[in-house]
Design a protein around this ligand. Structure first.
Ligand code: PEP
Ligand code: MG
Length: 325
């Protein structure tokens, strides 16, 4: 990046017609938090906490997690830090966790399903997040929620942990925001119910596309069929945004699609409030957001929702980008 682009990245991004776009970072290790502000991140939209469990012989202790989360909180100051609870299983293996072999790991005991079964491990993580929340603007995010039953169970465990911390006299942010990743098609279909029990949504397109199109996200033989612009995917995004906004909660996106400069104007047109991505992509995405005429792209998004195939959508986007950028 040029000095100029990096300097601009440090400023808020507003679309050409003046609407604020929040751009935040995905991180996989606490230490990364120190560098994201330099790329213009306005917070952490996804902290993947799997690293504590992958390539480790032993589970992390509450103290280890706490120190890392406090460190991230300190580095981010008053910016939001969204910590995703453990998303193990599927394509993410861990040595410290004993997972039974499964014929279909992507459809197996992963993420929130695993955590609801392994309460001890889940509570340890929640205790650490909550304790760190007394030092910063932490948010809790559950992965792979497939319906309201799971969200209620997970939230009840957060309540239990809060009561426990009260008894121990430990401080935490009682108003901490608790949200979910929307990355399972069933969650899209019941997003209206989920929105009444979540403080925010973040769409995980990596998994949502995999499950919606039945394309294994790590299988090279079908990689050419993995289509973020498939109208089915766009309609799902649209549905989630509308359900979120109808219930007054913000809707973010933290899958790879959010950091694709060619997808960004369309995503803003669909109404996403926040985009979370690899920090290095942020300056570019802020630049694109500034050039986006949101009024125009709202109309483009509506048109995209009527198109029959991904290539039709790609063509529409190319046409508009050539005309307007
Ligand atoms: C996603 O599924 O889009 C996502 C952001 O999470 P992960 O890639 O860690 O599954
Ligand atoms: Mg995912």
């Amino acid at each position: 990046y040029s000095q100029e682009v990096l300097a601009q990245a440090g400023q808020d991004a507003r679309t050409a017609d003046g609407v604020r776009v929040h751009v935040v970072a995905n991180i996989e290790m606490g230490a990364e938090a120190g560098g994201v502000a330099g790329y213009g991140a306005e917070g952490i939209g996804l902290y993947r906490t799997e690293f504590f469990y992958i390539n480790k012989r032993q589970l992390p202790t509450e103290q280890e997690l706490l120190e890392d989360f406090q460190d991230v909180a300190r580095r981010m100051g008053d910016l939001p830090v969204t910590i995703r609870t453990l998303d193990i299983g599927g394509d993410k293996f861990a040595h410290s966790v004993d997972l039974a072999p499964e014929a279909n790991p992507a459809l197996g005991l992963r993420a929130i399903r695993f955590c609801l079964q392994e309460r001890g491990l889940f509570k340890t993580q929640l205790r650490a997040i909550l304790r760190a929340s007394s030092m910063g603007r932490m948010r809790i995010m559950f992965p792979m929620i497939s319906g309201l039953g799971e969200l209620r169970k997970a939230r009840a465990i957060v309540e239990d942990v809060m009561t426990e911390l009260d008894h121990r006299g430990l401080a935490f942010d009682r108003q901490i925001k608790v949200g979910i990743m929307v990355e399972v098609p069933s969650a899209v279909m019941v997003a209206d119910h989920l929105a009444r029990h979540a403080d925010f949504f973040s769409i995980g397109t990596n998994d949502l596309i995999q499950y919606a199109l039945a394309i294994d996200r790590v299988n090279e033989y079908v990689a050419h069929l993995y289509q973020p612009l498939h109208p089915a995917v766009l309609r799902m995004i649209d549905r989630v945004v509308r359900a979120g906004h109808a219930n007054g909660i913000p809707v973010a996106m933290c899958g790879e699609m959010a950091g694709d400069p060619r997808a960004v104007p369309l995503l803003l047109g669909l109404g996403l409030d926040e985009l979370s991505m690899n920090a290095m992509t942020i300056p570019r995405v802020k630049q694109v957001a500034r050039r986006t005429d949101l009024g125009l792209w709202r109309a483009v998004a509506q048109e995209a929702l009527t198109l029959p195939t991904a290539s039709d959508v790609a063509e529409l986007i190319n046409r508009e980008l050539n005309d307007n950028f």
